[in-house]
Design a protein around this ligand. Structure first.
Ligand code: NAD
Length: 353
């Protein structure tokens, strides 16, 4: 008997290919805009300036101040620059930090967003905005936050350093992992997630061997789109909660935190829903979804223990307490002692399952 489902439809227009960044102007015009502000991090400023140049009269300037976790002070500066520029849209060129800034501007001003992602973090397909104010991270969801158009250009990912390629891929796989057991899952998202698992499994080792392998980069970026769609259209659970706890309360780096936690959060929930996670076990081998992900992470050189990113063993009690403070949906009940055990294994880097 087929499970009941609701498929909400996908609202974001997606342009995927090689050299597609050159279509940014066409996409801005298609949304009805005459002027757009280009956004980036300081690190990608030169790329943003090249993009602005190619946009010609459509470019209202470049704001290259995006940083991790979307601090509201930076957003305030960016909104001022946006208003002063006379733009009615933004073009966000970069990873999740730049996409986050574009979303923060959009939710305050009604700007339309064209996003050109250059990592696999997956913010571009979602209606989620995480922001920090006074050192505290809050998250909200709203239809105004979801970008109107996403342009995936494989060429832009050729420069993604191998270390970030690896952790960013694990970050993306985490979205798919939680989508497989999401209470609001549907067959479209499940198919996309299955395809993403094999695309990452095959693509990432080839990228490590040859970072400019265009075909492998294309497969990885396609997989990132699938995983971003999963993140944007079904509910996440324990894994994303724990990543948020470490990023928010211990200031750990985003992609690495996801990469380290993933085999352990998978093991925790695999006890409750092994059948739902079987597509991961099938894709990665290893006897279980958690074991397969651990072995894959090891084979591609991902960081594997919380100790490696500066977490002390003494921090684990506090992290477990924060993780169970507010109730949220998860396929297995969230008991503090069991979460503490999960964190111990992740701190030590022990193979689960
Ligand atoms: P990032 O955007 O901070 O990028 C990391 C660094 O890599 C930056 O300096 C960036 O300029 C550089 N970089 C990016 N792409 C590059 C490329 N192709 N070549 C060379 N350098 C490149 O990191 P991220 O992991 O993409 O994003 C993390 C942030 O995104 C976090 O703040 C996280 O909370 C947020 N996020 C939000 C959502 C959401 O749905 N709201 C989803 C995923 C991530």
């Amino acid at each position: 008997m087929m499970q009941e489902f609701v498929f909400p439809g996908l609202t974001t227009r997606v342009v995927f290919g090689s050299g597609t960044m050159s279509r940014a102007g066409e996409e801005v015009r298609r949304l009805g805009h005459e002027r757009a502000l280009v956004l980036s991090t300081p690190h990608q400023k030169a790329d943003a300036e090249r993009l602005a140049e190619s946009l010609g009269d459509l470019a209202a300037g470049v704001f290259a101040g995006a940083v991790m976790h979307t601090p509201v002070e930076i957003t305030a500066e960016a909104v001022e620059a946006y208003r002063a520029s006379g733009a009615s849209a933004v073009v966000s060129l970069g990873g999740g930090s730049t996409t986050g800034l574009g979303k923060a501007i959009a939710v305050r001003t009604g700007a339309d967003q064209v996003v050109i992602p250059t990592t696999y973090a997956g913010s571009e397909m979602t209606d989620i905005l995480g922001e920090t104010a006074n050192g505290e991270k809050t998250t909200r969801r709203s239809p105004d936050i979801r970008p109107e158009t996403v342009i995936y250009d494989v060429d832009l990912t050729l420069s993604l350093p191998v270390g970030l390629t690896v952790t960013s891929a694990m970050n993306a796989i985490a979205h798919a992992m939680e989508a497989f057991y999401a209470p609001d899952r549907n067959p479209v998202i499940e198919l996309m997630c299955r395809d993403a698992m094999t695309a990452f499994r095959d693509g990432i080792p080839r990228i490590i061997a040859s970072p400019h392998d265009h075909d492998a980069r294309g497969r990885a970026l396609y997989a990132a789109w699938c995983c971003s769609t999963a993140l944007g259209y079904v509910q996440m659970a324990l894994h994303h909660k724990l990543a948020h706890v470490f990023g928010g309360s211990f200031d750990t780096p985003h992609a690495e935190t996801h990469a380290i936690l993933l085999p352990y959060t998978t093991a925790f929930n695999e006890e409750a829903v092994p059948d739902l996670l079987s597509p991961i076990a099938e894709a990665f081998g290893g006897g279980s979804a958690a074991g397969g992900l651990y072995d894959f992470a090891r084979s591609i050189g991902a960081p594997q223990s919380l100790g490696e990113i500066g977490i002390e063993e003494a921090d684990l009690d506090r992290a477990a307490a924060i993780a169970v403070k507010n109730a949220y949906q998860n396929p297995r009940p969230l008991e503090r002692a069991a979460i503490r055990d999960l964190l111990q294994a992740a701190w030590e880097g022990r193979r689960p399952g």
